[in-house]
Design a protein around this ligand. Structure first.
Ligand SMILES: Cc1cc2nc3c(=O)[nH]c(=O)nc-3n(C[C@H](O)[C@H](O)[C@H](O)COP(=O)(O)OP(=O)(O)OC[C@H]3O[C@@H](n4cnc5c(N)ncnc54)[C@H](O)[C@@H]3O)c2cc1C
Length: 381
């Protein structure tokens, strides 16, 4: 006897979308969330247009701004601004966005229990048991969507890869002039070694400002963020919230994402890309693939693993190659990188096509002279 067809752990975008799709298909679905919703999540809150297309619900009620331009700077000194003919990304605050997606899951029939962590999990071939503060829940399928630091994948016996970055987020109550300066535009600040970037993402009454870099630089990230704020002219602005958080990366098809009754989604599976460090699109994509596998396949774990490997992993691999090429050039030859990336508009058109969901990193990399060779070289290293 099982109480639920599916138990979903974690009500971020991966978990909420998975719960919504399963419940809408008639599955008895329990969505467990450790924190009380709405809850803060350290995140730039940039939802690329390609993620919106995957979500399956309109998100206009929680969108605070729409970005169609990117201003590139190096250590705060502006290089150039590029504009896309169509919107690149919607800007959200994750507390409102995630609560909105969780509401959509409950509207579809899922039962949401927030402030209710999964404390321990026993996953077998055809059933799972989850211990919560309110008692034990039994289900047929377990969807693990508890994020980059969630404990469930490890406790189900999945090996956890060490590939990660350090990220730091500040929510800044910026003066009106700064809010106006960044309306409809994002800043990408480059030059950090060995790789990484800073960002300004505009929101209705704040700016989300952050940095992502190699984990070895994690100790310096707070200092770098302060310098970045100074260069943006925001040294005196009130900071409403500060949080650091790792981002994990799946680098190989051999890293398992499903076994028996348990499927790993989103950040819990390391599905974030190493070029932009984004993960919302992959979280939602993996939720769609996992629920399709559960609803339509006789062997969901195998079907889901194959789908992640053929639809998501090629993007993560290509993004990693692009990341290495781009950040190496920017750090080693800033003058060349500045002029080449400003003058070769093709690169921007390609990046914008990927953000809008009209192309993929893998396809754009294949088109780049030497792109395929660079990827093979990196895979072999
Ligand atoms: C600083 C920073 C900035 C970022 N900016 C962007 C960006 O602008 N755009 C973008 O696309 N990506 C961005 N990312 C990545 C993005 O935040 C993640 O990829 C995305 O949130 C993954 O969604 P998820 O649903 O897999 O996990 P999460 O959003 O992390 O959700 C996991 C949920 O599980 C819950 N949970 C944890 N443990 C338990 C438990 N035991 N029981 C029940 N619930 C549990 C957590 O409370 C959380 O609500 C950023 C990441 C960082 C760190």
């Amino acid at each position: 006897m099982t109480d639920w067809d599916a138990i979903v752990i974690g009500a971020g975008p991966a978990g909420a979308i998975a719960a919504r799709r399963l419940a809408a298909a008639g599955a008895r679905t329990l969505l467990l969330e450790k924190q009380s919703l709405p809850r803060y999540k350290a995140c730039g809150g940039g939802v690329p247009a390609r993620a919106e297309a995957l979500l399956g619900i309109p998100i206009a009620p929680v969108v605070e701004d729409t970005v169609d331009a990117i201003e590139v700077s190096r250590f705060g000194a502006t290089w150039f601004r590029k504009r896309s003919p169509r919107p690149l990304a919607s800007m959200v605050m994750r507390d409102r966005f995630d609560a909105y997606l969780a509401d959509a899951a409950t509207a579809a029939g899922a039962e949401l229990r927030d402030d209710c962590p999964a404390q321990s999990v026993a996953a077998q071939h055809d059933r799972v048991e989850v211990e919560t503060p309110n008692g034990r829940e039994r289900g047929q399928w377990l969807l693990v969507a508890d994020g980059a630091t969630g404990p469930t994948a490890r406790s189900c016996g999945f090996p956890i890869s060490g590939a990660r970055s350090a990220a730091y987020e500040l929510e800044v109550a910026a003066p009106q002039a700064a809010l106006e300066r960044w309306r409809n535009a994002a800043n990408v600040d480059v030059g950090y070694r060995p790789w990484g970037y800073g960002w300004v993402f505009p929101k209705e009454r704040t700016l989300s400002i952050g940095l992502v870099t190699a984990p070895a630089r994690g100790r310096a990230i707070r200092r770098q963020a302060q310098r970045y704020l100074d260069r943006l002219g925001l040294a005196e602005a009130r900071i409403e919230r500060v949080a650091g958080h790792p981002i994990r990366y799946r680098r190989s098809r051999s890293e398992p994402v499903a076994r028996g009754a348990a499927l790993l989604l989103g950040d819990a599976a390391g599905l974030a890309d190493e070029f932009t460090a984004e993960g919302i699109a992959y979280a939602v994509h993996s939720a769609n693939l996992a629920t399709d596998a559960i609803l339509n396949s006789d062997r969901p774990a195998a079907a889901y693993s194959a789908a992640v490997n053929s639809e998501i992993q090629p993007e993560l691999d290509a993004a990693r190659t692009i990341s290495r090429l781009y950040y190496f050039c920017v750090a080693a030859w800033p003058w060349l990188a500045r002029h080449a990336s400003n003058l070769v508009n093709y690169l921007w058109r390609a990046f914008f096509r990927v953000m809008r969901g009209e192309s993929t990193y893998a396809a754009e990399l294949r088109r780049l002279p030497g792109g395929g060779a660079a990827q093979r070289l990196l895979a072999a290293s």
